[in-house]
Design a protein around this ligand. Structure first.
Ligand code: TYD
Ligand code: MG
Length: 445
């Protein structure tokens, strides 16, 4: 071993280094996290290796391994890569274990033995669940322990590794309770080293904190190849899988699943979730196409205007920012002569979708105008434009993608900004307008 020239201290939480020891890390503020010379293990480089350059053209791309679930593969960028390690974060009870157990079962059927390590449930509980999910397979191997090193002894020969969860496991030789920054880092490091050495793709489940971060050292997200998040609303059976970081693919993809009695089922027609065709001809309903990752989905904005009995009319919004309702009420009043001041206005985006994109502005304005005038909008029309304070309509990103989705679902007309670039022939009738007033003239007589 080379003699240390100078001793340095490294923070087990954030990885910052410092020349002297302190009770609190000067960089991230974590207490009791400075350790002597732990940097090498934090970065995963422990032994010097002979490094030779290779021609990039000579390097063969590794083969991807399917997760057995098409939606999951798409979010991953085409499947797992050998030795690639992902972190899967999400609220307790959201379905992380279910998703991974289903994945393990499918992979065990397709490619051979897989290893599911659980520090949270017993083997009988997991087997029972696997049975209910219909993925009880010969190749599904379970290890239920909190001892990380012991669990990894079963890894050789397996094609996939799941560790549920990184906070429940213990790394001997490292201080602290399971779940403490130092323990989580050590557990993750053991899994990453084992996965890389044996070229096995792996997923580590991570609990998340109240702030939505994965509990443990910040360094954790840098150590892994990708971070997946699994989320959903309490009242809804739908779950969204996204990649917040992915060294092997895009971070734009979204996978949507429905939690059912028999596990998670991919939802392929996402627009269907948010679209209630029957409501189309009711005043106050306007349709737009939102884009989530690379998934376009139809969004239905519903608005209700009733004569107010308050000195200040009420504005309430679910799925849209209430400030936007106020702002566009003012724009409609000033630029289009549609007075909203005598009405209480309620807006709801159907299906629990949250519309933050400016591309939905025009649809919101159209819904408000339609509600205030009590005139329905054409049911076969989508609205795609950003609305400015001058009442001007501005272009939106990914217009062609949105138009394609609208056309696919049977819409025949789209109202867009006159400033949109030409592009090819649009798949439906496109009405180009410069101002909100012109847009409303085209749909509300
Ligand atoms: P789980 O995967 O244990 O969540 P996590 O690992 O993220 O904590 O999922 C728990 C919830 O999912 C539980 O409340 C019951 C529900 N569930 C179903 O609705 N159907 C199923 O088939 C399964 C296995 C779970
Ligand atoms: Mg779980």
């Amino acid at each position: 071993m080379a003699k240390a020239e100078s001793v340095r201290y490294f923070c087990s939480a954030c990885g910052a280094s410092s020349a002297s020891w302190a009770g609190r890390c000067p960089s991230c503020g974590e207490w009791g996290s400075l350790e002597k010379g732990a940097a090498a293990s934090a970065s995963g480089v422990s032994t010097p290796q002979k490094t030779k350059s290779v021609k990039a053209t000579d390097v063969l791309p590794p083969e991807r391994v399917s997760s057995g679930i098409e939606e999951f593969d798409r979010v991953l960028g085409g499947g797992w890569l050998p030795g690639g390690v992902f972190l899967l974060g999400g609220q307790p009870g959201i379905g992380k274990s279910t998703l991974l157990l289903q994945t393990c079962g499918r992979m065990a059927e397709a490619i051979g033995s897989v290893l599911y390590v659980s520090g949270e449930e017993s083997a009988s509980q997991i087997a029972l669940r696997a049975g209910r999910l219909g993925v009880l397979s010969e190749g599904l191997h379970l290890v239920c322990t909190n001892d990380m090193a012991g669990a990894l002894e079963s890894l050789p020969g397996k094609k996939f590794l799941v560790v549920d969860s990184v906070q429940a496991m213990r790394a001997d030789g490292e201080g602290g309770w399971p779940g403490s920054p130092a323990q989580v880092r050590a557990v993750a490091q053991m899994c990453i080293s084992a996965a890389k050495e044996q070229s096995v793709p792996a997923v580590l489940v991570g609990h998340i904190t109240k702030e939505g971060r994965i509990a443990g050292p910040m360094l954790l997200e840098h150590m892994v190849d990708g971070v997946l998040t699994f989320s959903g609303e309490d009242y809804s059976p739908y779950r969204m899988l996204r990649a917040g970081k992915n060294r092997f693919g895009s971070t734009e993809e979204l996978g949507v699943f429905e939690m059912t009695e028999t596990g998670l089922v991919p939802v392929t027609d996402v627009s269907g979730l948010y679209w209630n065709k029957a409501a189309e001809t009711v005043p106050g309903v306007a349709m737009t196409v939102a884009v989530e990752g690379s998934l376009p989905l139809i969004a239905e904005i519903q608005s209700l205007a009733t004569a107010t009995t308050f000195p200040y009319p009420k504005r309430t919004g679910r799925g849209v920012d209430v400030n936007k309702i106020q702002l566009f009420s003012a724009v409609l009043d000033k630029r289009c002569g549609i007075g909203c001041g005598l009405f209480d206005i309620y807006v709801n985006v159907a299906g629990g979708l949250l519309l933050r994109e400016p591309a939905a502005d025009l649809a919101l304005c159209a819904a408000l105008a339609s509600a205030v005038r009590d005139v329905p909008l054409p049911g076969d029309c989508v609205f795609l434009g950003e609305v400015g304070l001058a009442g001007e309509i501005r272009p939106v990103v990914r217009l062609s993608r949105r138009l394609q989705e609208a056309a696919r679902l049977g819409f025949t007309q789209a109202i867009v900004s006159a400033r949109e670039g030409g592009g090819g022939k649009p798949p439906l009738d496109v009405v180009r307008v410069s101002t909100l007033k012109d847009a409303l003239k085209a749909v509300i007589s």
